[in-house]
Ligand binder design. Structure first.
Ligand SMILES: Cc1ncc(COP(=O)(O)O)c(C=O)c1O
Length: 348
């Protein structure tokens, strides 16, 4: 995250993970609502309802949080005690692993291999799970590969978790970047499923920090109480803008979709002409994970940045140092030129 905040930017920035910023000025909210009478101490009711409606769940299952980041932290803090065994996919979004470690979990990893196209393999979880396992954490879509896990596989993992009294935390921050036949949230698959999400990556509304957890009501109440130690309340202006965003959520997503899909077409064409690169391709998501077949990736990325002012996310942040991640959905002219420069770096 520190690298993303301080070093990822470049003139041709392909180191992104979410779509470009949606203009907040296009979100209309009533200034009168800014005053709070303190009537909603555990969640601003209109926002709770908007999130619940979008996810097809009851508002009692929704815990609002500052982005998926805080949602993940809060969910894990509520679900695990120090020393508890937590299984996390590899490669993973680094902050999921470090949050679990920060909470004192005994973290075990299970692989999603490049050979199997980063598919989530229940067999790997079966090998890793023990009676001491308290939580299994996956991303869907997978960061970095954007691979989608079908409900049938998630159900199998849920069955295994239930067998040992564990929960499954599914981070769905990229799921709505499946633009056709968008899957429903895994929350509805059973009480062992806890889901986190936000309007950050697919909707370009990172600034709002509008995130949430879906958990069954008893657990949701425990999370709200735990949040009294963390954030207590959200910023009211952000809550209002969040409600305004949900009022035009389809338009916001559609705007982003057009850019993501244009970028994906450019990427497909680029990768088809680059035998030096190997990539797991998906028809959805805002990122692609690419391997440099030969050579030193760090040196390659250094040349890409210094000679061609272009950045991508290094695979070392995903414990995959031969790889790098390309982000789509910000600006297709910039994206196309960034790819061209990637090609030039490969050929010189
Ligand atoms: C899998 C995953 N979860 C959570 C986050 C953080 O999301 P947010 O900006 O909503 O806190 C990221 C950001 O890259 C991510 O990749």
């Amino acid at each position: 995250m520190h690298w993303a905040k301080t070093q990822s930017r470049a003139r041709f920035n392909l180191a992104t993970s979410g779509v470009g910023t949606f203009p907040l000025a296009e979100l209309v909210c009533a200034p009168g609502e800014l005053e709070s009478d303190g009537a909603n101490p555990y969640g601003y009711a209109p926002l709770q309802q908007a999130i619940a409606r979008k996810c097809g769940v009851d508002p009692d299952c929704v815990v609002a949080a500052a982005g998926t980041s805080m949602a993940n932290h809060l969910a894990m803090a509520a679900l695990i005690d120090p020393g508890d065994e937590v299984l996390i996919e590899r490669p993973a979004y680094e902050l999921i692993v470090s949050t679990a470690l920060y909470l004192g979990a005994a973290v075990k990893r299970f692989p999603r291999t490049e050979e199997s196209g980063y598919a989530l393999d229940p067999g790997e979880i079966r090998r890793a799970i023990t009676p001491k396992t308290k939580l299994i954490v996956v991303t869907n879509l997978h960061n970095p590969s954007s691979v989608l896990t079908p409900d049938s596989v998630l159900r199998e993992i849920g069955d295994m978790a239930r067998g040992v009294g564990a929960y499954v935390l599914v981070d769905e921050v990229y799921l709505d970047a499946v633009y056709q036949n968008t899957p429903q949230t895994a929350y509805r698959l059973g009480p062992e499923f806890i889901v986190t999400n936000s309007l950050t990556k697919v909707y370009g509304l990172s600034e709002l920090r509008c995130g949430w957890i879906l958990a069954h009501p008893e657990l949701a109440r425990a999370m709200w109480r735990l949040n009294d130690l963390f954030g207590v309340n959200a910023a009211r202006p952000a809550e209002l803008l969040g409600v305004a965003a949900f009022q035009q959520i389809d338009r916001i997503r559609e705007r982003a979709r057009q850019i993501v899909e244009a970028d994906r077409a450019l990427l497909d064409e680029f990768l088809a002409g680059q035998p030096a690169l190997s990539a797991t391709r998906t028809g959805f998501g805002t990122t692609a994970f690419v391997r440099l077949r030969t050579g030193d990736v760090e040196r390659f990325l250094m040349r890409l940045r210094t000679d061609y002012v272009t950045s991508v996310a290094p695979g070392r942040f995903f414990e995959m140092p031969s790889h790098f991640r390309i982000g789509m959905g910000v600006n297709s002219a910039m994206f196309g030129e960034g790819l061209r420069r990637l090609g030039l770096t490969l050929s010189t």
